[in-house]
Design a protein around this ligand. Structure first.
Ligand code: UDP
Ligand code: MG
Length: 327
């Protein structure tokens, strides 16, 4: 029998969301209670709000909610650090056996948490929320998102699914792994595909934002994309080695051709052959050495990230589950 009750955690980053919190609590509260019933009697939940440096009444609304419901925890950050950092803070604070990051604006429907929990009980360590379509997004957003995933999946070592956001269920085991990773500029989506393990999917329709407005701007998305690519692959560095080799090779051939031409047909423009050969040769040499340096910088980047070499899923087929550890 289980000695400690099972705990489910919601992690909710909030940044200037005073009007969104009450509607969220109504729907998410009902959903998480249903999820607790699904797990079994005695199951508890907590809702960890991470106040990402809000300047409006968010904190006051949260404190009032906590007065009514002690399952609510509030982690206040010292300023606005961005959603990813807020999520990292929430993941560290959450104590649940399963942790579910969710947006406060109800774009992630809380009702599917019950299905996520079912998959989790069936043995999945990560249950991804998959958007079944992006009709709520503008055509430009859809196009840029599509382009990003195409590019990313072509270069990165682990493929990421294209319609998965931050809304997912994460088993305690994975949360502990994520909490110990030392890397600073995290690309969470990439991390979740990197950890592997048995994953399941629940699809949902992403709704329109209920209150307030989105805090993402294209400039942020662009930086986000850059972080994602450079955090997960050294392909942009490595490419220069090949470009350099190709250019140097072509330059060498062209140089031979010019030397031959000069030797047999004479020199029509004095100085041109030697100049051209020198420029091409050194251009190629430069690119090759940049490429070599890129190789080393790429290795440094991988070392600095300090990820474990591997993660063990099971021993003798026995998956170690946090729930089992409590027994
Ligand atoms: N958020 C945050 N810090 C930020 C920006 C956003 O904690 O700097 C929170 C926000 O309150 C919301 C979630 O992250 O709960 C998603 O934000 P938003 O709806 O603006 O993003 P979108 O849905 O457009 O991707
Ligand atoms: Mg939103």
């Amino acid at each position: 029998m289980l000695s400690a009750p099972i705990l489910l955690s919601l992690v909710v980053p909030v940044f200037n969301e005073a009007t969104a919190i009450e509607p969220f609590l109504v729907r998410a509260g009902a959903a998480i209670e249903a999820a607790c019933r699904r797990v079994g009697p005695g199951t508890l939940y907590e809702i960890v709000f991470v106040d990402d440096g809000s300047t409006d009444a968010t904190l006051r609304v949260l404190s009032a909610a906590r007065q009514r419901n002690t399952a609510i925890d509030i982690v206040g950050l010292s300023r606005n650090f961005g959603k990813d950092a807020a999520l990292a803070a929430g993941l560290r604070h959450a104590r649940g056996h399963a942790v579910i990051p969710i947006d406060v604006d109800l774009q992630d429907p809380p009702e599917i948490i019950v299905d996520m929990v079912s998959h989790w009980l069936a043995g999945a360590l990560i249950v991804n929320g998959v958007r079944s379509h992006r009709r709520a997004d503008s055509p430009l957003k859809r196009l840029t998102a599509w382009g990003f995933y195409e590019l990313y999946n072509r270069f990165a070592d682990q493929v990421i699914p294209s319609n998965v956001g931050d809304f997912r269920l994460i088993d305690r085991r994975i949360v502990d792994i994520l909490n110990t990773l030392p890397e600073r500029s995290r690309f969470t989506k990439g991390l979740f595909s990197w950890v592997g393990f048995r994953q399941a999917e629940v699809s949902f329709v992403r709704e329109q934002r209920q209150q307030g407005m989105t805090k993402w701007r294209y400039w942020h998305l662009w930086n986000f994309a850059l972080d994602g690519l450079t955090g997960s692959t050294t392909a942009p560095l490595r490419i220069w080695t090949y470009i350099g080799l190709t250019v140097a090779g072509l330059a060498f051939l062209y140089g031979l051709f010019l030397v031959g031409l000069t030797a047999f047909a004479g020199n029509s423009v004095p100085g041109y052959p030697s100049l051209m050969v020198a420029i091409l040769f050194f251009g190629g040499l430069n690119l090759i050495s940049i490429g070599i340096m890129g190789e080393y910088v790429g290795r440094i980047a991988a070392e600095v990230r300090g990820r474990p070499l591997y993660l063990v899923r099971d021993i003798n087929g026995e998956l170690l589950r946090p729930i089992d550890q409590d027994t």
